[in-house]
Design a protein around this ligand. Structure first.
Ligand code: ADP
Length: 165
């Protein structure tokens, strides 16, 4: 039996196979998983929030129970609005722990009913991050092992075609 619903918030700039691994694991546990793509301009993302949402949608189109939404403000406000009190985050390594721990406790302080749960990806993806993928792609390296095929194409367009320049 599955639990009702959870949120998986993040920047997804761009979606990696590590994110996708967490999404698919969470979708095994929850009937509905809302992937909440943060529209945080302060982070100066490479991809617009619309592009980042499309990349997630393209990757999960054959997986039922996963919906993609835009996250504008505070996560706790979004969670209340959606009536979902479980947040999923991914933990790759000890380096993620401190930030994730602070976020989880801050969110709990802001909304005591909100629980954060952590999932770990398949080992192969524990070193994959959006930041490093962008760096490798920018320098012309092969990123097909770390992101879905549509994301490879979009990175190529951003960095290496006159259209994306
Ligand atoms: P944020 O800007 O909120 O950190 P990210 O898109 O970088 O957004 O990450 C969203 C969540 O996914 C975070 O909990 C992060 O730790 C997790 N995550 C990122 N990359 C991976 C990966 N390769 N494997 C598992 N979890 C990951």
């Amino acid at each position: 039996m599955k639990l009702r619903a959870a949120l998986y918030p993040g920047s997804f700039d761009p979606l990696t196979l590590g994110h996708l691994d967490i999404i698919l694991r969470a979708a095994q546990i929850f009937e509905t998983l809302i992937v909440a793509v943060a529209d945080n301009e302060a982070k100066q993302p490479l991809f617009t929030v619309g592009e980042r949402m499309e990349m997630v949608e393209e990757a999960v189109q054959d997986s039922p129970g996963i919906v993609v939404r835009r996250l504008d403000g505070l996560l706790v406000d979004f969670a209340r609005q959606e009536g979902v009190m479980v947040v999923v985050r991914g933990l790759r390594a000890i380096s993620d722990f401190e930030f994730e721990f602070q976020m989880a406790l801050m969110n709990r302080r802001l909304e005591p009913h909100l629980e954060t749960i952590f999932l770990t990806p398949q080992e192969d993806y524990t070193f994959v991050s959006s930041r490093i993928v962008k760096e490798v792609a920018r320098l012309g390296g092969e990123v097909g092992h770390f992101v879905p095929p549509r994301v490879v194409a979009r990175l190529q367009e951003k960095y290496h075609s006159s259209k994306g320049a």
